[in-house]
Design a protein around this ligand. Structure first.
Ligand code: MN
Length: 465
């Protein structure tokens, strides 16, 4: 009998996909003890966009969030999503910063690090895998799943084999854009399982309405773990409901062993949150609908909600359809990168520019130029020479590991933010989001010392533990 492991995503990807990552620790705290009792394979609760959202929108220290979750979930493996050499930011970082980030993440409570590269360029993953192993964490490497020329079963099997050779502990098929269909899932899981010995996990999204069928076919094909989300924050651009998968496999050879009664108690808590988010406008019911456009445009859930909110802010919500049609064209021009952070933002923003200015590539973002110049790594297909010339002129294109071009930068970063440092992890917040982190540090200092610089008599406890 094979027990299927369940990774609960309600504290990370579910709210990243549905409410632009705005769930604060206060909304998690009351349910952490119960989540810890479930017996999940792991609880995905950190990394991805949560770090940025904590500092930028929630005035919350992401490191403190991790420590609180760790303290309240002593029995469950905590999992984070990590963008390889991009860490949780949007550029490549020098190896010394990356190694320090991994060290502090594990020291503060992370057990499993899911590492991926947007271009599936293994060069960009090697240092992160090594760092995770060195700190005693489980290094899971995620394959960014996409479709298009070159993305054949052979491509994925070959990549999976090369991942196993790096010493990774498991593989995740990361279908961030909900492109998988049930029988394709079966075939790809079967092929990868036959090629590697390490466990294989499936991560997909409900966007196109196929996720639960895909997960069931993955189970039949031998998958070891699945990602799901508690039902009040499942479906739509999020994931398969945890309770449904648990019920579907109950009493079969694949039983998850999880208790539906306990899950129902947790569901009730998240239902009240869901209602609160709908009432405040944070949860747009549109996001909960099945949208098969994802199958046409290859746009991940998080990107879809971001594009919509970007266009809304610019008063151009009516251009969504045009932008969605431009995205695959930009992607083709850029050598077919899978669309996942940061390439989803790079391609998405360029598509917005192309539509709003009325002329394709009249204005290019620096990030788009860097992508074309090879500064994010090797794209799955080569970029057309003539197109590259149009975008970056005579700037030289690179083919080495991009981080090889970076000097160690931890010490200079430490100096830059020295006046704000209250904990050793602060330099890592600063490294990834210099301006946003500094604003956060300022607010934190004001809170602690008062605007006049005098230490407040009693520090307000905002996070009862
Ligand atoms: Mn995802």
């Amino acid at each position: 009998m094979k027990k299927i492991g369940i990774t609960e995503t309600v504290l990370r990807d579910a709210h990243q996909s549905l409410i632009a990552t705005r769930m604060p620790i206060e909304d998690m705290l009351p349910i952490l003890n119960k989540l810890d009792q479930v017996g999940y394979y792991s609880l995905e609760c950190w990394g991805g966009a949560t770090f940025d959202a904590c500092l930028r929108f929630l005035n919350e220290d992401p490191w403190e969030r991790l420590r609180i979750i760790r303290k309240n979930c002593p029995n469950t493996k905590l999992q984070m999503l990590f963008r390889g050499q991009n860490m949780l930011g949007y550029r490549h970082y020098a190896d010394d910063v990356l190694e320090y980030f991994v060290q502090r993440s594990v020291a503060n409570g992370i057990d499993i690090i899911r590492i991926f590269d947007a271009l599936n360029d293994l060069k960009n993953l090697k240092v992160a895998i090594k760092a995770a192993k060195k700190e005693g964490a489980h290094a899971q490497v995620a394959i960014s799943y996409t479709t298009g020329p070159v993305f054949t079963h052979e491509y994925y099997v070959d990549y999976a084999k090369r991942i196993e050779e790096t010493g990774a502990d498991s593989i995740c098929i990361k279908d961030m854009a909900a492109l998988l269909t049930p029988y394709e899932t079966y075939d790809i899981v079967k092929a990868i399982k036959a090629a590697v010995k390490i466990p294989v996990q499936l991560h997909t999204h409900y966007t196109s309405g196929l996720a639960s069928m895909c997960e069931l076919k993955a189970v039949e094909a031998g998958v070891d773990m699945l990602d799901t989300a508690m039902s009040p924050l499942a479906l739509g651009t999020s994931h398969t409901p945890t309770e449904s998968i648990v019920a579907a496999l109950k009493g079969t050879d694949y039983d998850t062993g999880l208790d539906l009664v306990l899950l129902n108690e947790i569901r009730e808590y998240f239902m009240t949150l869901r209602e609160k988010y709908i009432k405040s406008g944070l949860l747009d019911p549109k996001m909960l609908a099945v949208n098969t456009k994802a199958l046409i445009y290859q746009v991940p859930g998080g990107m879809l909600s971001n594009l919509l909110s970007q266009l809304k802010q610019a008063g151009k919500a009516d251009k969504l359809e045009e932008v969605m049609q431009e995205v695959p064209r930009v992607r083709k021009d850029a050598g077919y990168p899978p669309l996942v952070t940061p390439t989803s933002q790079i391609v998405g923003t360029q598509a917005v520019y192309n539509v709003i200015t009325g002329e394709r590539y009249k204005m290019c973002t620096n990030e788009f130029k860097d992508l074309i110049a090879g500064k994010y790594g090797t794209t799955p297909l080569p970029v057309d020479e003539e197109f590259a010339k149009k975008i970056i002129g005579d700037t030289e294109r690179i083919t080495c590991r991009p981080a090889d071009l970076l000097e160690p930068e931890l010490e200079s970063l430490r100096k830059e933010c020295a006046q704000w440092i209250e904990q050793e992890e602060d330099v890592l917040s600063y490294a990834q989001f210099p301006k946003v982190a500094t604003d956060f540090f300022k607010k934190r200092a004001e809170k602690k010392y008062g605007i006049d610089g005098k230490h407040a008599d009693a520090e307000e406890k905002i996070h009862p533990v």
